[in-house]
Design a protein around this ligand. Structure first.
Ligand SMILES: Nc1ncnc2c1ncn2[C@@H]1O[C@H](COP(=O)(O)OP(=O)(O)O)[C@@H](O)[C@H]1O
Ligand SMILES: [Mg+2]
Length: 280
């Protein structure tokens, strides 16, 4: 079964007038266990997609199903939200309790786990997100990045089958972002958690199994990072950038270095440079 399926989905926030549609006859499937980076310029409908997945929004036309359950059926929503955890960009919008530990406990308590399991989940989530140190702190007193870590801990504590991160590491510094994404990647690999990472960081997208670009209400491109970042015209048209190492490689190629194509990471860039050096 697919983890998520959008079938001919149309969605608009207000007027039914077709021109204001955010998604137009939009179809998409996301395989269970995959790590998908969802990209697109501001306003392209990424957050709308995320909210359609967990039933905060319902399509005007078409269907969204999560593990086969339609989001349009009210009776499915509790199960869908339990299985598809979501972390928003602004951590202030999802803080529930004033103390960190209670905030992280809210999800597991809400799905009716027993005391011992809840404690285990909280300990694990706080540990992996590096928030153990402020367990007893007031969420409101934390920095933006720390609040984002707590929000991610709250989602991890539910142990969802699908984790949707909607620009949820935007307030972290590069090192913090790497740490958190490493945790998410490990949960994806070891527990088979499906991840949808909505991000502006192309270096994060390079690490995904699959990259999806939204634009003009449809999926503009879908494929492996290698395939997607080779489509330079679509990248530019959709207001995106190349990953940093790819940009450096492009500049070096313009300056005359025969580096070849397909460089997306620091590792592949340094490998190619070393190969060149050996030939000199
Ligand atoms: N609550 C809302 N009411 C009306 N329009 C909205 C609302 N939320 C988003 N939009 C509009 O829908 C479009 C897609 O927004 P969004 O899904 O937030 O894009 P992204 O997350 O890719 O930046 C934008 O044009 C935005 O202005
Ligand atoms: Mg958004």
């Amino acid at each position: 079964m697919q983890a998520i399926e959008f079938k001919n989905v149309s969605f608009s926030y207000g007027s039914e007038d077709g021109r204001s549609e955010v998604l137009k006859n939009f179809s998409l499937t996301i395989k269970q266990g995959s790590f998908v980076a969802l990209l697109g310029r501001n306003g392209s409908g990424k957050s709308t997609c995320a909210k359609l997945i967990n039933g905060l929004l319902i399509p005007n036309e078409g269907t969204v199903t999560v593990f086969g359950m339609s989001t349009a059926e009210k009776d499915n929503l509790f199960e869908i939200r339990k299985r598809a955890g979501m972390v928003f960009q602004n951590p202030d919008n999802q803080q529930i309790a004033s103390i960190v530990e209670d905030d992280v406990a809210f999800g597991p308590e809400n799905i009716g786990l027993d005391r011992e399991e809840i404690k285990k989940r909280i300990d694990f989530a706080l540990k992996v997100t590096g928030t153990e140190g402020f367990r007893d702190s007031q969420v409101a007193r934390l920095s933006g990045g720390q609040k984002q870590r707590v929000a991610i801990a709250g989602a991890i504590a539910i142990s969802p089958d699908i984790l949707i991160l909607d620009e949820s590491t935007s307030m972290l510094d590069p090192k913090g972002r790497q740490e958190v994404m490493h945790v998410v990647r490990t949960l994806n690999k070891e527990k088979g958690m499906t991840v949808i990472d909505i991000t502006h960081y192309m270096d994060e997208a390079v690490e995904a199994d699959e990259v999806l670009i939204l634009g003009d209400g449809v999926v503009k491109a879908q494929g492996s990072p290698d395939e997607i970042f080779a489509k330079k015209d679509i990248i530019a048209e959709c207001g995106l950038e190349l990953p940093r190492s790819a940009k450096i490689a492009e500049s070096l190629k313009k300056a005359g270095l025969p580096l070849g194509d397909g460089i997306l990471t620091k590792e592949s860039l340094s490998e190619r440079l070393c190969e060149l050096l050996r030939k000199i």
